[in-house]
Write a protein that binds this ligand. Structure first.
Ligand code: 4NP
Length: 156
């Protein structure tokens, strides 16, 4: 397998799901003693929240599990991301099809559905934005399972 040195996690707004995916994966990489060896970022296909902190419910659920994601700021996916990142993981199938549609020629990035790539589950991370806090706990738990599996996959 081509070695993967950079990962971009993508959702719609880059304030709920992908900041959790980024923060939890960085935590797993740090705990494996591999801090700084992989470039880890997140972005949204939409640009409404550019520059904003993660949603306060995402910050809170991460904090509950001992992870600080309050240093993150939302950004939108750019064409350059397809040239710079080795692996681009979409939280849901809408995000995936938007990414596939915008991918420029010359990109060698692997673009895949997050749960599919990490866990072989052909499922979305449900968008928790309009729901209750249960959706954020679910997004955290999925990020935790996916991050551990991704670390094993990239290390192995
Ligand atoms: P995310 O959640 O894609 O997980 O960051 C959303 C955040 C904002 C919106 C939709 C989903 N929004 O419509 O503003």
């Amino acid at each position: 397998m081509k070695s993967i040195n950079s990962v971009l996690f993508v959702c719609l707004g880059n304030i709920c799901r992908s900041p959790l995916a980024e923060g939890v994966f960085r935590h797993v990489v740090d705990n494996a003693g591999k801090s700084g060896t992989i470039r880890i970022e997140s972005a949204g296909t939409g640009g409404w929240h550019i520059g904003n902190l993660p949603d306060e419910r995402s910050i809170a659920i991460a904090q509950l599990h001992g992870i600080d994601i309050s240093n993150q700021r939302a950004q939108q996916v750019t064409l350059n991301d397809f040239l710079e990142f080795d692996l681009i993981l979409a939280m849901d199938r809408d995000n995936l099809s938007n990414l596939e549609a915008m991918c420029p020629k010359g990109s060698h990035a692997i673009i895949a559905l997050y749960r599919d790539y990490c866990l072989a589950e052909h499922k979305d991370v449900p968008d928790p934005y309009y729901g209750g806090t249960g959706g954020f706990e679910e997004a955290y738990q999925l990020a935790s399972r996916c991050s551990n599996a991704l670390m094993d996959k990239l290390a192995g």
